[in-house]
Design a protein. Structure first.
Length: 523
């Protein structure tokens, strides 16, 4: 059949079919028909699968009376009339149109219900994308779940370590010791979590000090107290029972010239201590760092008296004597009114022990050490007295005990005693002290000499030192002539032997002091 010909309505009885190309052999059919017009033997040979691949040609209709300005598409709705299935599509071909089932449907588009199906193919087309998205989401969820598990494990491990260190540091013992003090027990034991929160996980920007024993951070407790948190730098150990007992004692100390211990954290390998924060630096900084104009003599004398009061309180007024172990100008803090507060004492010092339990590291600071410590290996209240005497020498001379060396290779203390005995103390005194101090300088100098006596038994107690310094200020206030003497008069005064301290400094005592300090001469 010629596909380009038009159906001839004049041949109503003609037959036509569409089959696979090459199937029809007209010569064989003609030979069969010539023998017999019967199709009895011809019918079986004519059975073939018909291919329905219709193409609807867009041709000008035979009816030429249609308006010329109306398109064939609008005159004859070919596709809707031919593509009968509601789930079919009419698609353009090279020379016309053809019908196809919509995506997701299969069947015959030329019948009313010929195209059947339940799931559109476009979903199948996007299934790969959806699967990829789901897989990616699954990977992300697994990753987040892994992070959550790791975080949980890390948290549990940290929690376990906290419990371990708390038990190792005898936290339960501290709880028992302070339990009788009511609210103190709850306040004294501070968690590591709270300290990390207050210091932003120990941010370096909050470091306010440090030294050989540790680093000091500034923080604010939940009760709005501004505190200094001392975090040990190195692993050093002391007898833990001694530490816990001392912390329990310090928790009950309330003295205006002693830095308040707010609590401690026992959830770290080495306990951390939390003190009240003092904002105006240390006595050392005011003497040696703050500028050319140092503390006035009145302030120096008052600071010396306040420091003596605090040490006397720790030695005797507290329920159990507490040895400072490291009295020095850097451990005397000053608040905004220049009130002295002794810090970094007692339990704040971690004593390094060897296996036998013997102290293996010297306590205190070079220049302030008690010489007898090197003979006995023990620190006593009289060791604090010696160190305080060095602080008095530092206040009088404005020189650093740990770095001073005289022309005769004498340490600061040895040179001070030598000049005191030779009536030439003015050679080493701070000019500001010479100008403002008057006769009080002589009295304070004599107290300093007594404190640095080599033999511990010959040193006064801190209570005696406190009372004598207080007496010096009272006698000054009771004197009608408060004017400072001239330098020449002061030189002469400082050449006399002192005899007006709370205890008598006899000539034998002074000679013994001078002899004992030959030990301190530095080669």
């Amino acid at each position: 059949m010629d596909s380009n010909s038009v159906w001839d309505e004049a041949l109503p009885h003609s037959y036509s079919l569409i089959a696979e190309e090459g199937w029809f052999n007209k010569h064989w059919v003609y030979s069969q028909l010539s023998r017999s017009l019967s199709t009895k033997y011809l019918a079986p040979r004519l059975e073939v699968q018909i291919v329905l691949d219709w193409e609807i040609l867009q041709l000008q209709p035979i009816n030429s009376h249609a308006p010329a300005n109306v398109s064939w598409h609008h005159q004859y709705a070919v596709c809707p009339s031919i593509c009968r299935s509601k789930n079919s599509l009419c698609k353009p071909r090279i020379r016309g149109y053809s019908c196809h089932c919509s995506d997701g449907y299969d069947g015959n588009p030329y019948t009313t219900d010929g195209c059947k199906g339940s799931r559109p193919k476009q979903f199948k087309g996007t299934s790969a994308v959806v699967g990829a998205v789901v897989a990616a989401a699954g990977v992300v969820l697994l990753f987040l779940l892994g992070l959550l598990i790791l975080k949980k494990l890390k948290y549990e491990r940290a929690k376990m370590l906290k419990r371990k260190f708390f038990q190792q540091n005898h936290g339960q013992l501290l709880q028992q010791l302070v339990s009788q003090s009511g609210g103190i027990a709850k306040r004294m034991i501070i968690t590591l979590e709270e300290l990390e929160k207050e210091t932003h996980c120990f941010d370096n920007d909050l470091v306010v000090g440090g030294g050989g024993h540790g680093i000091v951070y500034k923080g604010i407790l939940s009760n709005q107290h501004i505190v200094a948190i001392k975090k040990p730098k190195n692993m050093v150990r002391m007898e833990i029972n001694e530490f816990i007992n001392e912390v329990a004692i310090l928790s009950q100390i309330n003295h205006r010239n002693v830095v308040k211990l707010y609590g401690c954290c026992l959830e770290t390998e080495v306990p951390m201590l939390v003190y009240e924060f003092i904002s105006n630096g240390t006595l050392y900084e005011h003497l040696h760092v703050e500028g050319p104009k140092s503390l006035s003599w009145d302030n120096r004398l008052r600071i010396a008296i306040e420091a003596a009061k605090s040490l006397a309180y720790l030695h005797s007024a507290a329920s159990t004597p507490i040895i400072d172990r490291d009295v020095k100008s850097a451990n005397i803090l000053l608040d905004d009114t220049l009130t002295a507060k002794v810090a970094d004492f007692g339990a704040s010092k971690y004593i390094l022990m060897d296996i036998s339990g013997v102290t293996t590291r010297a306590q205190g600071t070079r220049g302030y050490w008690d010489p007898m410590y090197f003979y006995t290996g023990r620190l006593t209240e009289k060791s604090d007295v010696y160190s305080f005497g060095v602080v008095l020498v530092e206040l009088l001379t404005k020189k650093k005990p740990f770095s001073y060396l005289s022309s005769n290779d004498e340490s600061l203390v040895a040179h001070f005693v030598t000049l005191f005995e030779g009536a030439a103390l003015f050679q080493i005194l701070d000019p500001q002290v010479m100008e403002e101090g008057g006769k009080e300088v002589e009295k304070v100098a004599s107290i300093a000499v007594a404190c640095v006596k080599l033999t511990r038994e010959d040193r006064p107690t801190m209570r005696q030192v406190e009372l004598t310094l207080e007496g010096t200020r009272v006698s000054r206030e009771g004197t009608s002539d408060n004017a400072s003497p001239s330098t020449g008069k002061l030189k002469a005064t400082l050449g006399d032997r002192p005899d007006d301290t709370a205890w008598n400094l006899s000539s034998d005592y002074l000679q013994s002091t001078l002899d004992s300090f030959s030990y301190l001469k530095m080669s």
